[in-house]
Design a protein around this ligand. Structure first.
Ligand SMILES: Cc1ncc(COP(=O)(O)O)c(C=O)c1O
Length: 397
């Protein structure tokens, strides 16, 4: 589907619909009157087939307990095989009411209190929360930032693992917020280090479908022909791709039988809930029918990125904007123009925007912002134009 058709069919107003992104600005930012460009969901309706599938359930009018039907496994397994080359078996699959919940379960199931868990920083902030909130020890290996392009400091990653006797690595692939789609070589090297030091890998692949150009997502379980699959647990969902986050449905893949047993034992002690009927229905329809919709969305995101990068760099050449290989989240370094301590004042009070601040993702990222590109071009234009209008180009504020 082309961008124009996608926008025509799916763009929608969300204000006043109990949207966390739009209707909780006062609570989250202390200011209700900002343009919402923060949390990663979008101003687009789901594909018609998703809406129809939900309507069918609504028309039936019964919302009793349900289970995961064979057709769901079929749709997900097909999607994973066709789009990502990963042949998943249904017996490896488990479900959770969101990826973040699954991350907490993994930490509980596979580590003990005080065990060290490593992340590549900056990264999606619930990774650190999942470690801290469960009384584990957070170890961060900083990604190397070379003029906005982020790479892994493999020596540091290995050293941190050895020095801290790390037990678990929470991996973000593709990576939020630095937009990387890790290459086969990077993935092989990273996972080899984990293998060498007996570190379990939690692979958060929620952004797997949002990749651009030649950048191809490789599920961690099939890196190097599946060499590391027995130490990988994967979590993914249709939610980020198809804007279904409010339906609280995600899937976990654990190939290793012993790990699966350990996981089940833990989860049975904290969760006795069946799956969400509408979440299952929507995700299945999305996996089955969403490919064309997704093409349209990718065109919109790419075009929003182009506008933002061209305009911002034309007006402020020292802004560093990280190339978007994957995700729909643009990572911008404002430090050439704005003192890190003044970013909040600049972005909120002057530009009137609600974005994710760099320091949420890692303490060394103060002075950066993350702009959500999964929206109508007019919102991106407003955000970008406002930054350009107010950015001091002569000296730092
Ligand atoms: C890397 C990553 N994992 C997980 C999530 C959220 O997942 P969920 O809403 O299923 O908990 C996000 C949302 O932005 C994300 O970027």
């Amino acid at each position: 589907m082309k961008k124009e058709e996608f926008l025509e069919r799916y763009a929608i107003e969300r204000k006043g619909t109990n949207s966390l992104k739009w209707d909780k600005l006062e609570e989250r930012f202390g200011d209700a009157d900002l343009l919402a460009a923060w949390v990663a969901d979008m101003e687009f309706k789901a594909p018609e087939q998703v809406v129809e599938a939900i309507k069918e359930k609504v028309d039936h009018g019964v919302f009793g307990y349900t289970y995961v039907p064979d057709s769901y496994y079929e749709a997900f397994i097909d999607w994973e095989r066709k789009r990502h080359g990963y042949e998943v078996k249904s017996e490896w699959m488990r479900f959770s009411t969101g990826v973040v919940t699954a991350l907490y379960w993994f930490v509980h199931a596979f580590t003990k209190p005080q065990d060290a868990v490593i992340i590549l920083s900056p990264v999606y902030y619930p990774f650190a929360n999942a470690v801290r909130d469960t009384d584990r020890t957070l170890i961060s290996s900083e990604l190397i930032n070379t003029n906005g392009v982020y790479t892994i400091d493999f020596e540091d990653f290995e050293k941190q693992i050895i020095d801290n006797e790390v037990k678990l690595f929470i991996h973000c692939t593709p990576h939020n917020p630095v937009g990387r789609v890790w290459t086969a070589e990077e993935a092989e090297r990273l996972l080899s280090i984990c293998d060498k030091h007996d570190v379990l890998i939690v692979s958060d692949e929620i952004h797997h479908d949002m990749t651009f150009g030649d950048h191809t997502h490789i599920p961690s379980a099939i890196v190097s022909e599946g060499k590391f699959s027995q130490r990988v647990v994967t979590v993914t969902a249709a939610s980020k791709t198809f804007n279904l986050a409010g339906l609280l449905t995600s899937q976990i893949i654990i190939e290793n039988e012993a790990l699966r047993k350990r996981f089940d034992k833990f989860v049975n002690s904290v969760n006795q809930t069946e799956v969400n009927l509408l979440g299952m229905t929507a995700s299945e329809a999305a996996f089955r029918h969403g490919a064309d919709w997704l093409e349209g969305l990718r065109e919109v995101v790419k075009s929003n990125e182009r506008y933002a990068v061209e305009q911002l760099t034309a007006h402020a050449k020292d802004l560093v904007i990280t190339p978007l290989e994957g995700t729909y989240l643009l990572w911008i370094d404002l430090r050439a123009y704005i003192e890190p301590d003044k970013v909040k004042e600049f972005i909120q009070d002057t530009c009137r925007l609600a974005i994710d601040y760099g320091e949420w993702f890692g303490e060394k990222s103060k002075g950066f912002i993350r702009l959500n590109l999964g929206t109508e071009p007019r919102h991106i234009k407003q955000a970008v134009d406002s930054i350009i209008e107010h950015l001091p180009t002569s000296k730092k504020i």
